[in-house]
Design a protein around this ligand. Structure first.
Ligand SMILES: [Fe+2]
Ligand SMILES: [Fe+2]
Length: 292
């Protein structure tokens, strides 16, 4: 792709802020967070004003992805237990649920599955704040959605290239767009003022060995992505296996056999995370699905 066309593409990607699906609440919360005198109560109040968003956030944080199933009853409680960065990540991902479901079939399931697997990996590696790792998994392929919405023609061409040349989605993106969703992720994380841990995981989940500051976050998501693909849960846009980075396990101080219990845990929670979606019926308290 020509250099100037690449700049146009980047500009279009970055105007994601204009998308109606990202709630105003997110901007308000980001502004509040910058003020050191802001209280958890104030942030909770802003989020709770948006009832649909609050219901989505509570559904997500009470899913097995976060390890507190069914016990978080309010946004304030969620903020105290999980921290503001996790909740911001959850707000972003749940807000794009509709466009994600429309833009790429199976990507939502792939993302929630990756969040679950990444959290299990973080717990297995005894890392602090495993919830932050889960949210990295939740957001890891967001760049694909943003490309689909902002550059629909090119996104379509990426899908066609995947199919006609039997490539991985990332390789096809590079061939068609000149950059991958990993790069888009880095732009988005900067744009949304996400913390450097989440940014590095989003940007380097395909190459954790390149992470300079938070290799454990990038490596955990890398393995999470690998696991969700083994189970063929959802779709990342192609049906290829993730080439496993030889350093991913080493970075986390894990052995290959450590993955056995992670795979078992993932298999156990799989049915329940399949119910984590945000179609209007699913948000209603009377919804009949088993995971309410
Ligand atoms: Fe990816
Ligand atoms: Fe992925």
């Amino acid at each position: 792709m020509e250099e100037d066309l690449k700049t146009v593409a980047k500009g279009k990607i970055l105007s994601i802020r204009d998308l109606p699906t990202l709630p105003r609440v997110l901007d308000e919360v980001s502004r509040l967070v910058e003020n050191p005198n802001t209280t958890i109560e104030a942030i909770a109040k802003v989020i709770s004003r948006d009832q649909v968003l609050s219901a989505k956030v509570l559904k997500m944080v009470n899913s097995p992805v976060y390890g507190f199933p069914g016990r978080i009853s309010s946004i304030q409680h969620a903020l105290v237990l999980l921290g503001i960065n996790v909740i911001r990540g959850v707000i972003i991902s749940t807000s794009v649920f509709d466009i994600m479901a429309k833009a790429m079939e199976g990507l939502w399931e792939h993302s929630v599955g990756c969040a679950l697997a990444t959290g299990l990996i973080a717990r297995k590696a005894k890392l602090k704040e495993p919830e932050e790792f889960s949210v990295c998994g939740l957001l890891h392929d967001l760049g694909k959605v943003v490309a689909a919405v902002q550059l629909p023609e090119l996104h379509k061409a990426v899908g066609e290239t995947v199919r006609s040349q039997d490539l991985r989605w990332l390789e096809a993106e590079k061939a068609v767009l000149g950059f991958g969703h990993d790069r888009i992720n880095a732009w988005l994380a900067t744009h949304w003022h996400l913390p450097p841990t989440i940014k590095e995981a989003m940007a380097l989940h395909h190459y954790p060995e390149r992470a300079q500051f938070y290799p454990q976050h990038a490596a955990a998501v890398h393995l999470g992505d690998f696991i969700v693909r083994i189970f063929e849960h959802g779709s990342g846009g192609d049906d290829q296996a993730v080439p496993l980075s030889p350093l991913a396990l080493k970075i986390l101080n894990l052995k290959l056999t450590d993955l056995d219990s992670v795979l078992d845990g993932f298999a156990q929670d799989l049915a329940e995370i399949s119910c984590v979606d945000f179609t209007p019926e699913e948000l209603s308290p009377s919804s009949g699905k088993a995971c309410n």
